[in-house]
Design a protein around this ligand. Sequence first.
Ligand code: UD1
Length: 422
Amino acid sequence: MGKFIIKGGTPLQGEVRIGGGKNAVLPILAATVLYPGISYIHDCPKIVDVFTMIRILESIGCRSKWEGKTLIVDTSTASSFEVPPELVSEMRSSIILLGSILGRFRQIKISYPGGCSIGPRPIDLHLKALKQMGVQIQEEHGYILCQADRLQGVKIHLDFPSVGATENIMLAAVLAKGRTMIYNPAKEPEIIDLQDFLNCMGAKITGAGSNIIVIDGVNQLSSVEYTVIPDRIVTGTYLVAAAISGGEALLHNVRPQHLYAVTAKLRETGCIIREENTKMHIKARGSLQGVDMIRTHPYPGFPTDMQAQMMALLTIAKGTSVISETVFESRYKHAEELMRMGAQIKLEGRTAIIQGVSRLMGATVKAEDLRGGAALILAGLCAENETTVCNSMFIERGYEHIDYDLQALGAQIIKIRDEEGR
Ligand code: UD1
């Protein structure tokens, strides 16, 4: 895999446009399967996870092509309901195809996604809900085989507001018979985006973003043209980039309201943030202050996907800061790498106690997951000398061109490709 080399110490200054959101576009791409025809997805990010999703769609017979930032997907030729296991293991969120392939073909064969570097990724909530909708599920030799003569709308209560489970239920319910109600669903902005996309296709869904989502099954859908919401985690990452470097940045094409939990904490560190429609400006003011407690939580709580980046920032903030990771079991791999750069972090179960230091030192560190990897780049921006972040592909799963974006903000960062050009 390639690597990023960062020369730290330059306060960032500049402007960047934020592209479409990874976690919004993946379920939308899955949703295209529901309608046998053409969908136009505007502002589709060219990231590794999207390329993997395209390969999965092609493996079941769909066709796609890019026109600039628009991805055109033709699912009329889809004929298979089997998702290749090697692609599922590349991207665990491919489980999001359960709902849409079931909706279209009434059956699916997909391998069990298993765990990943941020902890176990169970899908019990997905399967329990689908069973309630009349799906027969067999689990054998690492595969899940689902089959339903017909999908029936029901009332489903989620024990935990799982993002993926909420999306799978919505996708399965669109063409089901009758009304499906999801109680305690995830409320993430990406859920609202999926609702909006499906409604543009002709679905009848209300309530996304609230405590109950209501889906009235329809008989058929139609072709759709849709623009994906901007990526709130990329936005948050670049806000932290400006802050950690002691600089400033103006971000375009953002939704400030999707980031209130993050901007509240950045303000606690002493940053000045201005929001105006679809723009956000951040400026670091003097030295950063630590924060008492960041507790990750489902939306609108502090996003677990911003935990690593915020930890990088807090390593150089004055005083002691505490992070509590409540969403995923083991999401602190980046802490060890940050410590190799001179950070003082104590891990106790799901809690991280960070004692701010005056500076980090450049080192060779390893990205082990997407957001943890981004956090290491951020640390490199403020570290003395040079930092090498290996395993660039993990980061490129969710950032379209983090090197170019940070260069546009004045950072000294380059990507070195491996022998295979990755
Ligand atoms: C999505 C996001 C991911 C983000 C996460 C939490 C996508 C593609 N990925 O992942 O970036 O970090 O939301 O905001 O949108 N759980 C169960 N049983 C289940 C399902 C989930 O126990 O059936 C648990 C998980 O182990 C985890 C927690 O619920 O501890 C949150 O998972 P979930 O909200 O489902 O996250 P994902 O949809 O996998």
